[in-house]
Design a protein around this ligand. Structure first.
Ligand SMILES: CC(C)NC(=O)[C@H]1CCC[C@H]1Nc1nc(Nc2ccc(C(=O)N(C)C3CCN(C)CC3)cc2)ncc1C(F)(F)F
Length: 280
């Protein structure tokens, strides 16, 4: 039986791990680097406190996150190998991303080169094509939810807000046949929220700030619904990049640039490293 399928069903306990230094704080607890003793495999152990999960009423979200992420297998999606719990805590056994958090890298660089941004956007588009093919929508694509693997490749993490649209289809009173267009559209509609977020992310990679940022939430909300998209004169960005972003940040969700079309866009073709790895 191979290690992975064994990992999926084994009853884990903390004594299976040699827990190392904390990597930082997640939303509901700490994340530690750890070594699974039998396999010597390095993982990240996310420790969540049951009391906090209960207080924030996120248990169902966590169950969905575990259910979804444990079934996804893609080089740009962080693996969730398994989970276990004790009296007070829930433990998630996650893939360790050796080069850490993307948002810290973006803060350090201020903004990325077009080649680095395009390489990251292309690899995220491929990961999202994979997710959407399995009727999974992430719904929370942003720098804070992206980690960097040992080779410099991006990993989408934190599927806390993801949904399996099939469930939504089923929960929509059984058969789809009797639903009016706007409700059927709303189901398709979801898959395109990730295209919008990828457009926001691409803009932030290139300019260092998201496009609709404003001091007040109400101001940001207005700018989003009006799609008040402006490209500042600095840093200098190619018109191909602006063209692609403008095709993604479209109010009508069905008109947004499809992810497979994005991979054929001249900006991606000319700038993205096909391996998804930015070598500088
Ligand atoms: C997506 C989600 C929203 N984010 C998270 O969960 C965050 C919350 C805390 C850590 C991270 N979670 C993970 N982090 C890693 N790797 C990692 C992180 C940080 C560093 C790093 O730069 N330092 C330790 C530095 C080393 C230098 N000192 C000075 C500062 C910290 C190096 C490697 N792998 C897997 C995970 C995961 F996701 F599986 F848990």
């Amino acid at each position: 039986q191979n290690a992975v399928s064994e990992a999926a069903q084994k009853r884990w306990t903390t004594s299976d791990f040699d827990v190392g230094k904390p990597l930082g704080r997640g939303k509901f607890g700490h994340v530690y680097i750890a070594r699974e003793i039998r396999s010597n495999h390095i993982v990240a152990l996310k420790v969540l406190f049951k009391t906090q999960l209960h207080q924030s009423q996120v248990e169902h979200q966590l169950r969905r996150e575990v259910e979804i992420q444990s079934h996804l297998r893609h080089p740009n999606i962080l693996r969730l190998y398994g989970y276990f719990y004790d009296q007070k805590r829930v433990y998630l056994i996650l893939e360790y991303a050796a080069r850490g958090e993307l948002y810290k890298e973006l803060q350090k660089c201020k903004y990325f080169s077009e080649r680095r941004a395009a390489t990251y956007v292309a690899s995220l588009a491929r990961a999202l094509i994979y997710c959407h093919g399995k009727h999974v929508i992430h719904r929370d694509i942003k720098p804070e939810n992206l980690l960097i693997g040992a080779q410099g490749e991006l990993k989408i993490a934190d599927f806390g807000w993801s949904v399996h649209t099939f469930n939504r289809r089923r929960t929509m009173c059984g058969t789809l046949d009797y639903l009016p267009p706007e409700m059927v559209k709303s189901v398709e509609h979801d898959a395109s929220v990730d295209i919008w977020s990828l457009g926001i992310l691409c803009y932030e990679f290139l300019y260092g700030v998201p496009p609709f940022e404003a001091r007040e939430h109400s101001e940001t909300y207005k700018r989003i619904v009006q799609v008040d998209l402006k490209f500042p004169p600095k840093p200098i960005v190619s018109s191909y990049a602006k063209d692609m972003i403008s095709q993604m940040l479209v109010k009508e969700s069905t008109q947004r640039l499809a992810l497979h079309k994005l991979l054929e866009h001249p900006w991606i073709v000319q700038n993205a490293d096909p391996s998804g790895i930015y070598r500088g």
